[in-house]
Design a protein around this ligand. Structure first.
Ligand code: NDP
Length: 264
């Protein structure tokens, strides 16, 4: 069974590394036309170069863009339309988390976190919605975190902002149903990617290997499946929600946390 996205156009924000990069790869392998962005042009270019060895360059488009800058986002979307003439699916993935408890969170940190989690999605939707409304398979899929339901004190601002994004996703699902645009989310626990790689590089015990360090993190967090998730495992869930295979699903979430969410 295919995901039914051949020659359909998808935008993946933050597609130059981690979960976004695996999702770009998956869409290309399914024959979709994929546009992805990131802020760092070298990272973007190297993701493009690596993928172009395996996939059709005619179906690939990269654009340097900060999703928090509405003007850049509008230019990105116009450029995607210039290249592929349509937008069928939008995956809002770009972002990162802030590790700090309440007392270490400054006013600017609150502003930055709330802005990142909300406007990374608002800006993209404002720019892409007119095109999405014209698609017969339109979907918006948001990468969110389990923190939105299960807050952690050491990531207070991120947890609050993630809860806000969860609320926004449901609200949009309700509102956009009249336009046949489905809106869904995944809730991630801990997934091996750039964020964890950066934390690994800053570890105090430099003797620890990546495998030991991540397995230790999984044990400490009490992840029932006993390990961190792989970026492709998050990408599979995103692909399902973005594609027409989930055509009867909107306002929904898929938990990709290795069983970390023990509540019903
Ligand atoms: P990575 O750091 O590997 O990837 C993040 C991607 O987003 C990069 O391509 C980065 O490129 C891009 N990006 C970040 N900020 C912006 C911005 N303002 N504008 C445009 N692009 C941006 O991390 P992950 O793959 O782990 O993260 C993907 C998503 O999953 C994020 O939203 C993250 O918060 C979320 N998440 C991840 C978890 C995990 O355990 N990995 C847990 C919970 C949520 P560049 O830096 O060049 O802009």
């Amino acid at each position: 069974m295919s995901f039914q996205v051949t020659n359909k156009v998808v935008i993946v924000t933050g597609g130059s590394s981690g979960i976004g990069l695996e999702l770009v790869r998956l869409f290309l392998s399914e024959g979709a036309k994929v546009a992805w962005c990131g802020r760092n042009s070298e990272k973007l270019k190297s993701s493009y170069d690596a993928l172009s060895k395996e996939y059709d360059k005619n179906k690939m488009f990269i654009y340097q863009c900060d999703v928090l800058n509405a003007e850049q986002v509008a230019d990105f979307v116009q450029s995607v339309l210039g290249r592929f003439s349509a937008i069928d699916m939008l995956v809002n993935n770009a972002g990162q988390g802030k590790v700090a408890d309440f007392f270490a969170t400054e006013e600017q940190d609150w502003v930055d976190e709330l802005k990142l989690k909300v406007f990374s999605v608002v800006n993209m939707i404002n720019a892409a919605l007119p095109s999405l409304k014209k698609s017969d398979i339109a979907s918006i899929t948001n990468v969110n975190s389990l923190l939105g339901l299960k807050p952690e004190t050491h990531m207070v601002a991120t947890s609050v902002a993630r809860a806000g994004l969860l609320n926004l996703s449901k609200n949009l699902a309700n509102e956009l149903v009249k336009d046949n645009v489905r809106v869904n989310s995944i809730l991630i626990g801990l997934v091996e990617s750039g964020q964890w790689q950066r934390r690994f590089e800053e570890r105090s015990d430099t003797a620890k290997t990546w495998e030991d360090w991540t397995s230790n993190v999984a044990t400490k967090k009490g992840i029932p499946l006993g390990r961190l998730g792989k970026p492709e495992e998050a990408a599979y869930a995103l692909m399902f929600l973005a594609s027409p295979l989930s055509s009867y699903t909107t306002g929904s979430v898929i938990d990709v946390s290795g069983g970390l969410s023990k509540e019903i």
